[in-house]
Design a protein around this ligand. Sequence first.
Ligand code: SDX
Length: 429
Amino acid sequence: MSKTVQIIDPQTGKQTDLPLREPTLGAPAIEIAKLPRELGYWTYDPGFGATASCQSDITYIDGDKGILLYRGYPIDQLAEKSNFMEVAYLLLYGDLPSQREFECFDREVRQHTMVHEAVRYFLEGFHYDAHPMAMLMGVVGSLAGFYHDSLDMFNPADRNLSAIRMIAKMPTIAALAYRRSIGWPAVYPKNSLDFSERLLDMMFSVPSEPYEINPVAAKALNLLFILHADHEQNASTSTVRLVGSTGANPYACVAAGIGALWGPAHGGANEAVLKMLDEIGHVDRVPEFIARAKDKDDPFRLMGFGHRVYKNYDPRAAIIRSMCHEVLNDLGIDDPMLDLAMELERIALEDEYFIERKLYPNVDFYSGIIYKALNIPVNMFTVMFTIARTAGWVAHWLEQHETPDARIGRPRQVYTGHDTRDYVPMDQR
Ligand code: SDX
Protein backbone atom coordinates (compact mmCIF):
# COMPACT_ATOMS: atom_id res chain seq x y z
CA MET A 1 0.00 0.00 0.00
CA SER A 2 1.68 3.28 -1.09
CA LYS A 3 1.78 6.14 1.40
CA THR A 4 -0.62 9.03 0.80
CA VAL A 5 -1.11 12.64 1.90
CA GLN A 6 -4.62 13.75 2.81
CA ILE A 7 -5.72 17.14 1.44
CA ILE A 8 -8.84 18.70 2.96
CA ASP A 9 -10.47 21.72 1.35
CA PRO A 10 -11.65 23.92 4.28
CA GLN A 11 -13.98 25.78 1.87
CA THR A 12 -16.04 22.69 1.03
CA GLY A 13 -14.91 20.10 3.57
CA LYS A 14 -14.09 17.84 0.59
CA GLN A 15 -10.97 15.73 0.98
CA THR A 16 -8.76 13.50 -1.13
CA ASP A 17 -5.83 11.17 -0.51
CA LEU A 18 -2.94 11.87 -2.89
CA PRO A 19 -0.32 9.16 -3.37
CA LEU A 20 3.35 9.80 -2.50
CA ARG A 21 6.07 8.90 -5.00
CA GLU A 22 8.99 7.58 -2.95
CA PRO A 23 12.61 8.36 -4.02
CA THR A 24 15.86 6.47 -3.44
CA LEU A 25 17.29 9.72 -2.04
CA GLY A 26 15.72 13.12 -1.29
CA ALA A 27 12.15 14.21 -0.65
CA PRO A 28 9.10 12.14 -1.59
CA ALA A 29 6.75 13.84 -4.09
CA ILE A 30 2.99 14.26 -3.82
CA GLU A 31 1.30 13.04 -7.00
CA ILE A 32 -1.20 15.81 -7.71
CA ALA A 33 -2.70 14.58 -11.01
CA LYS A 34 -6.15 13.95 -9.55
CA LEU A 35 -6.26 17.21 -7.50
CA PRO A 36 -8.15 19.24 -10.18
CA ARG A 37 -10.71 16.47 -10.65
CA GLU A 38 -11.23 15.74 -6.93
CA LEU A 39 -10.95 19.22 -5.38
CA GLY A 40 -10.98 21.53 -8.42
CA TYR A 41 -7.56 23.09 -7.83
CA TRP A 42 -4.35 23.51 -9.85
CA THR A 43 -1.01 23.91 -8.03
CA TYR A 44 1.01 27.07 -8.64
CA ASP A 45 4.84 26.97 -8.81
CA PRO A 46 6.06 29.39 -11.56
CA GLY A 47 9.80 28.64 -11.23
CA PHE A 48 9.17 24.91 -10.63
CA GLY A 49 11.20 25.37 -7.42
CA ALA A 50 9.06 22.82 -5.56
CA THR A 51 7.91 20.68 -8.48
CA ALA A 52 9.27 17.36 -9.73
CA SER A 53 8.63 17.29 -13.49
CA CYS A 54 9.65 13.66 -13.88
CA GLN A 55 11.23 10.64 -12.24
CA SER A 56 14.87 10.04 -13.12
CA ASP A 57 17.70 7.63 -12.24
CA ILE A 58 20.47 9.75 -13.71
CA THR A 59 21.63 12.51 -11.33
CA TYR A 60 20.94 13.34 -7.70
CA ILE A 61 21.58 16.73 -6.06
CA ASP A 62 21.27 17.57 -2.36
CA GLY A 63 21.41 21.36 -2.36
CA ASP A 64 21.68 21.69 1.42
CA LYS A 65 24.57 19.26 1.76
CA GLY A 66 26.26 20.20 -1.53
CA ILE A 67 26.02 16.64 -2.88
CA LEU A 68 26.07 15.75 -6.60
CA LEU A 69 25.87 12.11 -7.77
CA TYR A 70 25.96 10.80 -11.37
CA ARG A 71 24.18 7.43 -11.26
CA GLY A 72 25.13 7.24 -7.56
CA TYR A 73 28.83 8.09 -8.01
CA PRO A 74 29.97 11.26 -6.14
CA ILE A 75 31.19 14.02 -8.48
CA ASP A 76 34.49 14.44 -6.61
CA GLN A 77 35.36 10.75 -7.17
CA LEU A 78 34.49 10.93 -10.86
CA ALA A 79 36.44 14.19 -11.20
CA GLU A 80 39.50 12.56 -9.65
CA LYS A 81 39.35 9.09 -11.20
CA SER A 82 37.27 9.10 -14.38
CA ASN A 83 37.30 10.73 -17.82
CA PHE A 84 34.58 12.45 -19.84
CA MET A 85 33.95 9.54 -22.22
CA GLU A 86 33.49 7.14 -19.30
CA VAL A 87 31.17 9.64 -17.58
CA ALA A 88 29.16 10.02 -20.79
CA TYR A 89 28.78 6.20 -20.92
CA LEU A 90 27.75 6.19 -17.23
CA LEU A 91 25.11 8.89 -17.78
CA LEU A 92 23.70 7.22 -20.89
CA TYR A 93 23.67 3.58 -19.80
CA GLY A 94 23.56 3.70 -15.98
CA ASP A 95 26.77 1.91 -14.93
CA LEU A 96 30.52 2.32 -15.27
CA PRO A 97 31.66 0.39 -18.38
CA SER A 98 33.94 -2.64 -18.44
CA GLN A 99 37.19 -2.16 -20.39
CA ARG A 100 35.54 -3.74 -23.46
CA GLU A 101 32.33 -1.71 -23.14
CA PHE A 102 34.38 1.48 -22.80
CA GLU A 103 36.51 0.72 -25.85
CA CYS A 104 33.38 -0.06 -27.90
CA PHE A 105 31.67 3.19 -26.84
CA ASP A 106 34.77 5.33 -27.33
CA ARG A 107 35.34 3.83 -30.77
CA GLU A 108 31.70 4.45 -31.74
CA VAL A 109 31.97 8.09 -30.68
CA ARG A 110 35.21 8.51 -32.64
CA GLN A 111 33.49 7.10 -35.74
CA HIS A 112 30.86 9.85 -35.63
CA THR A 113 33.02 12.94 -35.09
CA MET A 114 32.77 14.26 -38.65
CA VAL A 115 29.89 16.35 -40.00
CA HIS A 116 28.56 16.60 -43.56
CA GLU A 117 30.64 19.01 -45.65
CA ALA A 118 27.48 21.09 -46.20
CA VAL A 119 27.68 22.07 -42.51
CA ARG A 120 30.87 24.01 -43.22
CA TYR A 121 29.11 25.99 -45.97
CA PHE A 122 26.14 26.51 -43.63
CA LEU A 123 28.53 28.19 -41.17
CA GLU A 124 29.88 30.39 -43.95
CA GLY A 125 26.40 31.93 -44.07
CA PHE A 126 26.81 33.42 -40.59
CA HIS A 127 28.22 36.92 -40.22
CA TYR A 128 31.87 36.64 -39.12
CA ASP A 129 31.07 38.09 -35.69
CA ALA A 130 27.99 35.92 -35.03
CA HIS A 131 28.02 34.55 -31.46
CA PRO A 132 29.19 30.91 -31.59
CA MET A 133 26.11 29.87 -29.57
CA ALA A 134 23.92 31.24 -32.36
CA MET A 135 25.90 29.17 -34.87
CA LEU A 136 25.67 26.08 -32.65
CA MET A 137 21.88 26.38 -32.29
CA GLY A 138 21.43 26.78 -36.04
CA VAL A 139 23.72 23.96 -37.07
CA VAL A 140 22.54 21.44 -34.45
CA GLY A 141 18.91 22.02 -35.38
CA SER A 142 19.83 21.44 -39.03
CA LEU A 143 21.35 18.00 -38.36
CA ALA A 144 17.91 16.39 -38.62
CA GLY A 145 18.17 17.29 -42.29
CA PHE A 146 21.24 15.12 -42.68
CA TYR A 147 20.15 12.05 -40.70
CA HIS A 148 16.48 11.62 -41.61
CA ASP A 149 17.20 7.89 -42.21
CA SER A 150 17.59 7.32 -38.43
CA LEU A 151 15.00 9.54 -36.76
CA ASP A 152 12.47 6.90 -35.73
CA MET A 153 12.16 7.86 -32.06
CA PHE A 154 10.34 4.60 -31.35
CA ASN A 155 13.38 2.63 -32.54
CA PRO A 156 15.93 2.19 -29.71
CA ALA A 157 18.79 1.73 -32.21
CA ASP A 158 17.93 5.07 -33.87
CA ARG A 159 17.74 6.74 -30.47
CA ASN A 160 21.11 5.38 -29.37
CA LEU A 161 22.77 6.32 -32.68
CA SER A 162 21.35 9.86 -32.44
CA ALA A 163 22.71 10.19 -28.89
CA ILE A 164 26.16 9.01 -29.94
CA ARG A 165 26.12 11.35 -32.97
CA MET A 166 25.22 14.34 -30.78
CA ILE A 167 28.02 13.69 -28.28
CA ALA A 168 30.55 13.04 -31.06
CA LYS A 169 29.66 15.95 -33.33
CA MET A 170 29.15 18.77 -30.81
CA PRO A 171 32.92 19.43 -30.40
CA THR A 172 33.39 19.37 -34.19
CA ILE A 173 30.58 21.89 -34.72
CA ALA A 174 31.87 24.02 -31.81
CA ALA A 175 35.36 24.11 -33.30
CA LEU A 176 33.98 24.91 -36.77
CA ALA A 177 32.03 27.83 -35.27
CA TYR A 178 35.14 29.08 -33.49
CA ARG A 179 37.29 28.82 -36.63
CA ARG A 180 34.57 30.64 -38.64
CA SER A 181 34.57 33.46 -36.08
CA ILE A 182 38.35 33.99 -36.39
CA GLY A 183 38.55 33.35 -40.13
CA TRP A 184 40.75 30.25 -39.84
CA PRO A 185 40.34 27.17 -42.07
CA ALA A 186 38.37 24.23 -40.67
CA VAL A 187 40.35 21.39 -39.05
CA TYR A 188 38.90 17.91 -39.34
CA PRO A 189 38.62 15.72 -36.20
CA LYS A 190 41.60 13.41 -35.64
CA ASN A 191 40.17 10.18 -34.23
CA SER A 192 43.59 9.11 -32.97
CA LEU A 193 43.20 11.77 -30.23
CA ASP A 194 40.96 11.50 -27.17
CA PHE A 195 37.87 13.69 -26.68
CA SER A 196 39.54 16.77 -25.12
CA GLU A 197 42.69 16.54 -27.25
CA ARG A 198 40.55 16.34 -30.41
CA LEU A 199 38.76 19.55 -29.49
CA LEU A 200 41.98 21.42 -28.73
CA ASP A 201 43.43 20.29 -32.06
CA MET A 202 40.32 21.31 -34.02
CA MET A 203 40.27 24.71 -32.30
CA PHE A 204 43.92 25.69 -32.18
CA SER A 205 46.00 23.75 -34.71
CA VAL A 206 47.05 25.53 -37.93
CA PRO A 207 47.90 23.89 -41.28
CA SER A 208 51.20 25.74 -41.46
CA GLU A 209 52.93 24.04 -38.54
CA PRO A 210 52.67 21.01 -36.21
CA TYR A 211 50.41 21.48 -33.20
CA GLU A 212 51.43 20.03 -29.86
CA ILE A 213 48.58 19.26 -27.45
CA ASN A 214 49.29 20.69 -24.01
CA PRO A 215 48.53 17.83 -21.56
CA VAL A 216 47.62 20.34 -18.82
CA ALA A 217 45.02 21.90 -21.10
CA ALA A 218 43.62 18.50 -22.14
CA LYS A 219 43.41 17.36 -18.51
CA ALA A 220 41.71 20.61 -17.45
CA LEU A 221 39.13 20.35 -20.25
CA ASN A 222 38.44 16.71 -19.42
CA LEU A 223 37.76 17.67 -15.80
CA LEU A 224 35.57 20.64 -16.74
CA PHE A 225 33.57 18.42 -19.09
CA ILE A 226 32.98 15.87 -16.29
CA LEU A 227 31.81 18.60 -13.90
CA HIS A 228 29.44 20.17 -16.45
CA ALA A 229 28.06 16.90 -17.91
CA ASP A 230 24.72 16.76 -16.09
CA HIS A 231 22.74 18.44 -13.32
CA GLU A 232 19.27 16.79 -13.11
CA GLN A 233 16.33 18.99 -14.19
CA ASN A 234 18.09 22.34 -14.77
CA ALA A 235 16.50 24.78 -17.21
CA SER A 236 18.20 23.46 -20.36
CA THR A 237 17.69 19.77 -19.53
CA SER A 238 14.05 20.45 -18.71
CA THR A 239 13.81 22.20 -22.09
CA VAL A 240 15.24 19.17 -23.86
CA ARG A 241 12.75 16.93 -22.04
CA LEU A 242 9.79 19.20 -22.82
CA VAL A 243 10.65 19.33 -26.52
CA GLY A 244 11.37 15.57 -26.43
CA SER A 245 7.94 14.92 -24.91
CA THR A 246 6.36 16.02 -28.21
CA GLY A 247 8.27 13.28 -30.07
CA ALA A 248 10.59 15.83 -31.72
CA ASN A 249 13.88 14.54 -33.07
CA PRO A 250 16.96 14.73 -30.79
CA TYR A 251 18.63 17.47 -32.84
CA ALA A 252 15.61 19.75 -32.38
CA CYS A 253 15.61 18.90 -28.65
CA VAL A 254 19.32 19.64 -28.20
CA ALA A 255 19.07 22.85 -30.26
CA ALA A 256 16.34 24.00 -27.86
CA GLY A 257 18.56 23.04 -24.90
CA ILE A 258 21.38 25.15 -26.35
CA GLY A 259 19.02 28.11 -26.48
CA ALA A 260 18.07 27.68 -22.82
CA LEU A 261 21.68 27.18 -21.68
CA TRP A 262 22.75 30.38 -23.46
CA GLY A 263 20.87 32.59 -21.00
CA PRO A 264 23.08 34.52 -18.50
CA ALA A 265 21.02 33.14 -15.59
CA HIS A 266 22.06 29.64 -16.67
CA GLY A 267 25.03 28.49 -18.71
CA GLY A 268 25.71 31.96 -20.06
CA ALA A 269 26.84 32.92 -16.56
CA ASN A 270 30.44 31.79 -17.15
CA GLU A 271 30.79 34.35 -19.94
CA ALA A 272 29.01 36.93 -17.75
CA VAL A 273 31.39 36.26 -14.83
CA LEU A 274 34.44 37.18 -16.91
CA LYS A 275 32.73 40.33 -18.19
CA MET A 276 31.81 41.21 -14.60
CA LEU A 277 35.37 40.64 -13.33
CA ASP A 278 36.66 42.72 -16.23
CA GLU A 279 34.21 45.51 -15.31
CA ILE A 280 35.20 45.37 -11.62
CA GLY A 281 38.82 45.56 -12.74
CA HIS A 282 40.43 45.95 -9.32
CA VAL A 283 39.91 44.65 -5.79
CA ASP A 284 39.27 48.24 -4.59
CA ARG A 285 36.03 48.29 -6.62
CA VAL A 286 34.63 45.03 -5.15
CA PRO A 287 32.61 46.80 -2.38
CA GLU A 288 30.92 48.98 -5.03
CA PHE A 289 29.76 45.90 -6.97
CA ILE A 290 28.71 44.01 -3.84
CA ALA A 291 26.54 47.03 -2.97
CA ARG A 292 25.04 47.02 -6.46
CA ALA A 293 24.28 43.26 -6.21
CA LYS A 294 22.35 43.96 -2.98
CA ASP A 295 20.48 46.98 -4.35
CA LYS A 296 16.96 45.93 -5.36
CA ASP A 297 16.75 48.92 -7.71
CA ASP A 298 19.85 47.79 -9.55
CA PRO A 299 19.38 44.85 -11.98
CA PHE A 300 23.05 43.89 -11.44
CA ARG A 301 23.56 40.48 -9.91
CA LEU A 302 26.83 38.90 -8.81
CA MET A 303 27.30 36.51 -11.73
CA GLY A 304 28.53 33.07 -10.74
CA PHE A 305 26.82 33.39 -7.35
CA GLY A 306 23.63 31.75 -6.17
CA HIS A 307 21.81 28.65 -7.28
CA ARG A 308 18.22 27.45 -7.32
CA VAL A 309 19.16 24.17 -5.67
CA TYR A 310 22.52 24.61 -3.92
CA LYS A 311 22.10 26.47 -0.64
CA ASN A 312 25.62 25.37 0.17
CA TYR A 313 28.88 25.60 -1.78
CA ASP A 314 28.36 24.07 -5.26
CA PRO A 315 30.60 20.95 -5.07
CA ARG A 316 31.70 21.59 -8.64
CA ALA A 317 32.83 25.13 -7.81
CA ALA A 318 35.04 23.80 -5.03
CA ILE A 319 36.75 21.38 -7.44
CA ILE A 320 37.14 24.01 -10.17
CA ARG A 321 38.50 26.54 -7.65
CA SER A 322 41.38 24.27 -6.68
CA MET A 323 41.88 23.30 -10.34
CA CYS A 324 42.26 27.01 -11.17
CA HIS A 325 45.39 27.27 -9.06
CA GLU A 326 46.82 24.02 -10.48
CA VAL A 327 46.24 24.99 -14.13
CA LEU A 328 47.55 28.55 -13.73
CA ASN A 329 50.64 27.26 -11.89
CA ASP A 330 51.25 24.48 -14.45
CA LEU A 331 50.89 26.94 -17.31
CA GLY A 332 53.00 29.51 -15.48
CA ILE A 333 50.22 32.09 -15.65
CA ASP A 334 49.76 34.74 -13.00
CA ASP A 335 46.23 35.97 -13.70
CA PRO A 336 45.20 38.86 -11.43
CA MET A 337 41.61 37.97 -12.31
CA LEU A 338 41.91 34.86 -10.11
CA ASP A 339 43.06 37.01 -7.18
CA LEU A 340 40.17 39.37 -7.87
CA ALA A 341 37.70 36.46 -8.00
CA MET A 342 38.97 35.04 -4.72
CA GLU A 343 38.77 38.45 -3.00
CA LEU A 344 35.24 38.95 -4.38
CA GLU A 345 34.28 35.50 -3.07
CA ARG A 346 35.84 36.23 0.35
CA ILE A 347 34.02 39.54 0.77
CA ALA A 348 30.69 38.18 -0.50
CA LEU A 349 30.79 35.15 1.80
CA GLU A 350 31.29 37.45 4.80
CA ASP A 351 28.39 39.69 3.83
CA GLU A 352 25.08 39.20 5.68
CA TYR A 353 23.05 39.62 2.43
CA PHE A 354 24.74 36.62 0.80
CA ILE A 355 24.90 34.59 4.00
CA GLU A 356 21.20 34.87 4.84
CA ARG A 357 20.24 34.09 1.23
CA LYS A 358 22.76 31.22 1.11
CA LEU A 359 24.36 32.61 -2.03
CA TYR A 360 27.59 30.73 -2.74
CA PRO A 361 29.82 30.60 -5.82
CA ASN A 362 28.41 28.17 -8.40
CA VAL A 363 30.00 26.12 -11.16
CA ASP A 364 30.29 29.17 -13.42
CA PHE A 365 32.24 31.36 -11.03
CA TYR A 366 35.71 29.95 -11.63
CA SER A 367 35.40 27.98 -14.87
CA GLY A 368 35.89 31.07 -17.06
CA ILE A 369 39.29 31.77 -15.49
CA ILE A 370 40.50 28.35 -16.62
CA TYR A 371 39.03 28.71 -20.11
CA LYS A 372 40.80 32.09 -20.36
CA ALA A 373 44.09 30.46 -19.30
CA LEU A 374 43.58 27.94 -22.13
CA ASN A 375 43.22 30.85 -24.62
CA ILE A 376 39.55 30.04 -25.16
CA PRO A 377 37.73 33.31 -25.99
CA VAL A 378 34.94 34.49 -23.69
CA ASN A 379 32.24 34.02 -26.32
CA MET A 380 33.18 30.31 -26.46
CA PHE A 381 32.74 29.68 -22.72
CA THR A 382 29.09 28.65 -22.93
CA VAL A 383 29.95 26.59 -26.01
CA MET A 384 32.32 24.58 -23.79
CA PHE A 385 29.48 24.12 -21.30
CA THR A 386 27.29 22.93 -24.21
CA ILE A 387 29.83 20.31 -25.31
CA ALA A 388 29.78 18.79 -21.82
CA ARG A 389 26.05 19.13 -21.14
CA THR A 390 25.20 17.39 -24.41
CA ALA A 391 25.98 14.10 -22.62
CA GLY A 392 23.43 14.90 -19.90
CA TRP A 393 20.83 16.20 -22.34
CA VAL A 394 20.89 13.06 -24.51
CA ALA A 395 20.96 10.82 -21.41
CA HIS A 396 17.73 12.44 -20.19
CA TRP A 397 16.27 12.32 -23.69
CA LEU A 398 16.97 8.57 -23.88
CA GLU A 399 15.54 8.05 -20.38
CA GLN A 400 12.33 9.90 -21.15
CA HIS A 401 11.76 7.70 -24.24
CA GLU A 402 12.32 4.60 -22.13
CA THR A 403 9.76 5.77 -19.53
CA PRO A 404 6.47 3.90 -20.07
CA ASP A 405 4.10 6.62 -18.75
CA ALA A 406 5.84 9.52 -20.55
CA ARG A 407 3.28 12.07 -21.77
CA ILE A 408 3.53 15.36 -23.65
CA GLY A 409 4.49 18.15 -21.26
CA ARG A 410 1.62 20.62 -21.04
CA PRO A 411 1.56 22.82 -17.89
CA ARG A 412 -1.62 24.78 -16.97
CA GLN A 413 -1.86 28.38 -15.67
CA VAL A 414 -3.68 30.70 -13.29
CA TYR A 415 -5.64 32.91 -15.69
CA THR A 416 -5.86 36.52 -14.54
CA GLY A 417 -7.03 38.15 -17.79
CA HIS A 418 -10.46 39.58 -18.70
CA ASP A 419 -13.69 37.68 -18.06
CA THR A 420 -15.81 36.98 -21.19
CA ARG A 421 -16.71 40.20 -23.05
CA ASP A 422 -18.34 41.01 -26.42
CA TYR A 423 -16.57 42.35 -29.51
CA VAL A 424 -16.84 46.14 -29.95
CA PRO A 425 -16.97 47.45 -33.55
CA MET A 426 -14.14 49.85 -34.44
CA ASP A 427 -16.46 52.92 -34.78
CA GLN A 428 -17.71 52.36 -31.20
CA ARG A 429 -14.27 52.16 -29.42
C1 SDX B 1 23.83 27.27 -13.69
O1 SDX B 1 19.86 24.72 -12.35
C2 SDX B 1 21.06 24.31 -12.49
O2 SDX B 1 21.41 23.22 -12.02
C3 SDX B 1 21.97 25.24 -13.25
C4 SDX B 1 23.43 24.81 -13.33
C5 SDX B 1 23.61 23.54 -14.14
O3 SDX B 1 24.63 22.87 -13.94
O4 SDX B 1 22.75 23.28 -15.03
O5 SDX B 1 23.97 24.63 -12.04
C6 SDX B 1 24.26 25.89 -14.05
O6 SDX B 1 23.01 27.82 -14.35
C7 SDX B 1 24.40 27.91 -12.44
C8 SDX B 1 23.79 29.30 -12.16
C9 SDX B 1 24.52 30.31 -13.04
N1 SDX B 1 23.84 31.63 -12.95
C10 SDX B 1 24.41 32.68 -12.34
O7 SDX B 1 25.48 32.63 -11.75
C11 SDX B 1 23.64 33.97 -12.49
C12 SDX B 1 23.56 34.68 -11.14
N2 SDX B 1 22.71 33.92 -10.24
C13 SDX B 1 21.32 34.25 -10.22
O8 SDX B 1 20.74 34.87 -11.27
C14 SDX B 1 20.47 33.29 -9.38
O9 SDX B 1 21.16 33.01 -8.25
C15 SDX B 1 20.01 32.00 -10.04
C16 SDX B 1 19.31 32.28 -11.32
C17 SDX B 1 21.17 31.11 -10.28
C18 SDX B 1 19.05 31.34 -9.07
O10 SDX B 1 17.97 32.16 -8.96
P1 SDX B 1 16.74 31.77 -8.00
O11 SDX B 1 16.88 30.43 -7.41
O12 SDX B 1 15.49 32.06 -8.76
O13 SDX B 1 16.94 32.73 -6.80
P2 SDX B 1 16.17 34.07 -6.63
O14 SDX B 1 16.29 34.85 -7.89
O15 SDX B 1 14.81 33.75 -6.09
O16 SDX B 1 17.06 34.80 -5.52
C19 SDX B 1 16.79 34.62 -4.15
C20 SDX B 1 17.33 35.92 -3.52
C21 SDX B 1 16.77 37.18 -4.19
O17 SDX B 1 16.82 38.20 -3.23
P3 SDX B 1 15.47 38.55 -2.35
O18 SDX B 1 14.34 38.77 -3.35
O19 SDX B 1 15.25 37.33 -1.47
O20 SDX B 1 15.82 39.78 -1.58
O21 SDX B 1 18.75 35.98 -3.72
C22 SDX B 1 19.07 37.08 -4.55
C23 SDX B 1 17.79 37.50 -5.25
O22 SDX B 1 17.81 38.90 -5.57
N3 SDX B 1 20.09 36.65 -5.49
C24 SDX B 1 21.16 37.35 -5.83
C25 SDX B 1 21.88 36.53 -6.70
N4 SDX B 1 21.24 35.37 -6.86
C26 SDX B 1 20.12 35.45 -6.11
N5 SDX B 1 21.56 38.61 -5.49
C27 SDX B 1 22.73 39.02 -6.03
N6 SDX B 1 23.50 38.28 -6.88
C28 SDX B 1 23.11 37.04 -7.22
N7 SDX B 1 23.85 36.33 -8.05
